[in-house]
Write a new protein. Sequence first.
Length: 241
Amino acid sequence: MTRAVRNDGRKADQLRAVKITTGYVPTANGSCLIEMGRTRVICTAMYEPGVPDWLVGSGKGWVTAEYGMLPGCTPKRKKRPVGKPDSRATEIQRLIGRALRSVVVMDRLGENTIYIDCDVLTADGGTRTAAITGAYVALALAIRNVQRRGLLGKNILEGAIAAISVGLTGGKPLLDLDYSEDVSADVDMNVAMLDSGKFVEVQGTSERAPFDSKQLSAMLALAQKGIRSLLQAQKKALQGA
């Protein structure tokens, strides 16, 4: 598996070049630009006191996310979703929110909300997984910065989370698919995992051919390897911020 060479020269189990630039939007409580090859996503996190009506009086906080692709992020201009919701963006932002809430202790957050915004600058595959990985960094920075102002308590985060795409092409598992690989893959899968090694989300779809349990295990093992590297990249970025 590791000897396979792809269009960009990577091995089957190799991530694209990863770069996380913290403080990319200085007006946000926490932010970063995450680059996964030619995919680039701006992630911001903003703190606001108060929670949705259904959480008032519970003592618990809330983390929610929005996701969008800027018009020039692809070779063909992507229209803004004016007048009607973008169903793909809605599904992705729900995924991002679920992933981040899995590492937040809502009782310790108190009745406060953290808003996550992920905006795709350039899209070359894996935008949703890059958004999750970058959004965690923005979230961690926001919590750290608001804590310094004395507005939040301690130990709000109980772990880290990152995500990556995997797939099957010609029966061979590949890690971190770019767009050309994604559109031609037999199977496309997105995996979000905690630093504890537990999975938070596994979204696998047969695009052209079904897959068996052995292939599923191979893809999950590949995802675990990639996510462990991304967790290290997050840790390094946060230590340097």
